[in-house]
Design a protein around this ligand. Structure first.
Ligand SMILES: *Cc1c(COP(=O)(O)O)cnc(C)c1O
Length: 373
């Protein structure tokens, strides 16, 4: 048996992630591997931390990248902050909110679930009413940018309500980071996680994460150890804390961190607000073209994510056949519907490096040629 090297096709990735990776990031990945405790690498990790702080708009000391995808960032927030005695209000308006509930219940904590409408932002009034009725709740969790539905929630308003009721906030910023406004410190977010493969346009497999001083204190003061050894942030924090006393916890994914470093340098060079604006501009272009094709958005205009365009599949159109043609004739990937939207929706991503004029043009032309007139 002789298996040869794998050469993937060159696709244009306009789905829910991974997004198109900037060639600069791919070339960073191919640089020589050094030891994960090599002084030069430790210096680079410190820069990664500073760059993540910039992307999140936070001064939190406990800011780092988990060596695993966004789902591990989610789990890290929940397992570190919760104990079985806690009551958590989870605002659920899609697949990722449902995963938050799953995290809470697996810990043995109590989840009070606010069932939101699919394709809509979380309703702040519903959160306020729920907190009023449940004074025992100590944590509020929600997804800022619901990738399964394309809805953007008002994280600032939700955090401000949570704070009025003395709750810590856990926010999923996997798809929002670098794609829409996100201000961790100004908005009072206590624990936030993201992913490398969405609007950062890095390779999949890393999860930027940050804890407020209050959240970090809570983790340090825990009586029972976190049940996950790998995700126990009191151990990982030592690994990322620098000042020359870094000790072995696990072997960092050295080359993937070069890639994350490069993607964050690209973000810094562009400017965070410019990146938010670019996603908005490309979204407007795409939305205009989709409307001309008679394709309708699921989410009301003011609640739409620019980086994830959830649209109804036009009546009589074969979902799988269209996506098959886009992939095979145009090397273009768009996302299928997820959960309640399976078979009913397409999710067209404009994330990071994918949010470019040429991608919008390609996607609109490919859809126009593929859809029946
Ligand atoms: C993609 C995504 C995740 C999970 O990230 P992975 O890197 O796939 O593990 C979590 N939450 C949201 C909102 C996402 O879009």
């Amino acid at each position: 048996m002789s298996i040869s090297s794998f050469f993937p096709p060159q696709r244009t990735l306009m789905g829910p992630g991974p997004s198109d990776v900037n060639p600069r990031v791919l070339s960073a990945l191919a640089r020589p591997t050094v030891g994960h405790l090599d002084p030069t690498f430790i210096g680079m990790m410190d820069e990664v931390k500073t760059l993540i702080q910039y992307a999140f708009q936070t001064n939190n000391t406990y800011t780092m990248a988990i060596s695993a995808p966004g789902s591990a960032g989610m789990e890290a927030c929940f397992v570190n902050l919760l104990t079985p005695n806690d009551t958590v209000v989870v605002c659920k308006n899609g697949v990722f909110g449902a995963r938050m509930v799953e995290n809470v219940t697996r810990i043995g904590a109590k989840a009070i679930v606010i069932e939101g409408e699919w394709g809509r932002a979380v309703n702040p009034q519903q959160l306020e009413d729920t907190l009023k009725q449940n004074p025992q709740a100590s944590v509020v969790a929600f997804v800022h940018a619901e990738t399964s539905t394309g809805a953007l929630s008002d994280a600032q308003a939700l955090c401000s309500i949570a704070k009025q009721y003395d709750c810590l906030t856990i926010v999923d910023a996997v798809t929002s980071l670098a794609g829409v406004e996100l201000r961790v410190d100004d908005w009072g977010i206590d624990a936030v996680y993201s992913g490398s493969q969405k609007c950062l346009s890095c390779v999949p497999g890393l999860s930027p994460i940050s804890f407020s001083e209050q959240a970090a204190e809570l983790i340090k003061k825990r009586n029972a150890p976190v049940q996950s050894w790998f995700l126990d942030q009191s151990l990982v924090m030592d690994y990322w804390s620098g000042q020359g006393k870094r000790s072995y916890h696990h072997t960092a994914p050295v080359n993937s961190l070069y890639a994350l470093h490069e993607s964050l340098v690209i973000l810094q060079n562009e400017g965070l607000e410019q990146s938010w604006q670019r996603h908005r501009t490309m979204h407007n272009k795409l939305a205009g073209g989709l409307e001309q094709l008679g394709i309708n958005f699921i989410v009301p205009k003011e609640e739409r994510l620019p980086q994830l365009n959830a649209v109804y599949i036009p009546e009589g159109v074969d979902d799988a056949a269209v996506r098959h043609t886009l992939l095979n004739d145009y090397n273009l990937e768009i996302g299928a519907g997820l959960g309640a939207f399976a078979g009913k929706a397409w999710r067209i991503g404009l994330m990071g490096y994918a949010a470019r004029n040429e991608n919008v043009t390609l996607c609109l032309a490919a859809l126009k040629n593929t859809l029946p007139a």
